[in-house]
Design a protein around this ligand. Structure first.
Ligand SMILES: [Mn+2]
Length: 343
């Protein structure tokens, strides 16, 4: 079955993704920005011909049921229902909705797997390009559910990138994860010595996945975008999923990421007259490649263990200023202000 929505190339479209609206409890990552989002519906969404939620709009891994989402956000849900009566509102499935059936019964939106605008623009949540969060992977859904549960129990986020989330829980999480990574590396060596190449590959892939995320390509989406845009039929790929907003001109075409509404973030993308813009809400600041400078530049091939070596300072302390420099593509010790004054 073709589960692709289609819009014409001359439509004006407004996109958001990864709102992660959950049950409204203190550890929900949407952070109850209900009024800000309701204002966004009025200011931005309703001025387009179509409004598209590019996946992970509602977080059923965190809230478990749509009923609990509505209890936590009654006015927001009411406004979204109203918006959907006034204009076409599309919802592309992400990886935090479970099967998605409960959501479809609860909110009458236009549910699809992906969206094509004209014949050169493809819009997908992005987990289809993520080896560890494939659509329909029940184990992956239980993993995100467990993650939400851990954050609820410890009452503090466990997140990447660390430079934005320097909480005790994230610091401890990274330390535990480093130990787990070492174990994966040992396992890979054992598998290799016994000729189990496929199993060893799986370990290396896992380490590479996390390494990419730490260095600034969360979920490996940028690398996937490079491949997808290598296809001559696709000029623009629009994704969410990585929570890394931006618009990048890559050799094969344009990669747009709608970012997220988690924690202090509130970003969106606009398509108008054949052109994409990614902006922050409400200040309107335009975003291009700032979140990708490190991984597009000097840190392209760095590993998970390189990351640990570069930033871990013992006793659960990490060098955040150094991480920020790396994310900006600067070499160690360069003062970001001086560097920008030179250019
Ligand atoms: Mn996602």
């Amino acid at each position: 079955m073709d589960n692709t929505a289609r819009l014409s190339a001359d439509a004006r479209v407004c996109f958001v993704s990864d709102l992660h609206i959950g049950d409204g409890s203190p550890t929900e990552s949407f952070g109850r920005k209900d009024d800000l989002l309701r204002r966004f519906f009025e200011d931005e969404a309703c001025r387009a011909d179509a409004f598209v939620i590019v996946g992970d709009g509602f977080d059923l891994a965190q809230a478990w049921t749509p009923g609990r989402v509505e209890e936590g956000h009654p006015r927001l849900i009411e406004d979204l229902r109203q918006l959907a009566r006034a204009m076409p509102v599309y919802y592309l499935r992400g990886n935090h909705e479970g099967s998605g059936r409960a959501l479809a019964d609860f909110l009458p939106l236009r549910y699809y797997d992906n969206l094509a605008i004209g014949d050169r623009v493809l819009v997908e949540h992005g987990n289809v390009f993520d080896d560890f969060h494939q659509p329909g992977d029940r184990r992956a859904f239980w993993a995100v559910r467990t993650h939400a549960l851990i954050e609820k129990v410890v009452r503090s986020p466990v997140r990447i990138p660390m430079r934005k989330h320097y909480y005790w829980s994230t610091r401890l999480g990274h330390w535990l994860f480093f130990r787990y990574g070492q174990l994966q590396r040992e396992l890979a060596h054992v598998y290799e010595s016994r000729g189990h190449t496929a199993k060893a590959e799986r370990c290396w892939k896992f380490l590479d996945y996390w390494g990419r995320g730490e260095w600034g390509d969360a979920a490996g989406l940028l690398r996937a975008a490079e491949t997808v845009l290598g296809n001559p039929d696709v000029d623009v790929l629009v994704c969410g999923h990585s929570h890394q907003p931006g618009r990048l001109e890559l050799p094969g075409g344009t990669y747009v990421n709608t970012g997220s509404w988690t924690f202090d973030d509130a970003t969106f993308a606009r398509y108008d007259d054949g052109r994409f813009v990614v902006q922050q809400y409400p200040d309107g600041r335009e975003l291009t490649d700032e979140e990708y400078l490190g991984v597009l530049g000097p840190h392209r091939d760095k590993s998970f263990f390189d990351w640990w070596e570069a930033f871990y300072r013992g006793w659960l302390r990490y060098d955040v200023p150094e991480m920020q420099r790396a994310a900006m593509g600067l070499s160690s010790g360069t003062c970001p202000l001086e560097a920008s004054a030179i250019t």
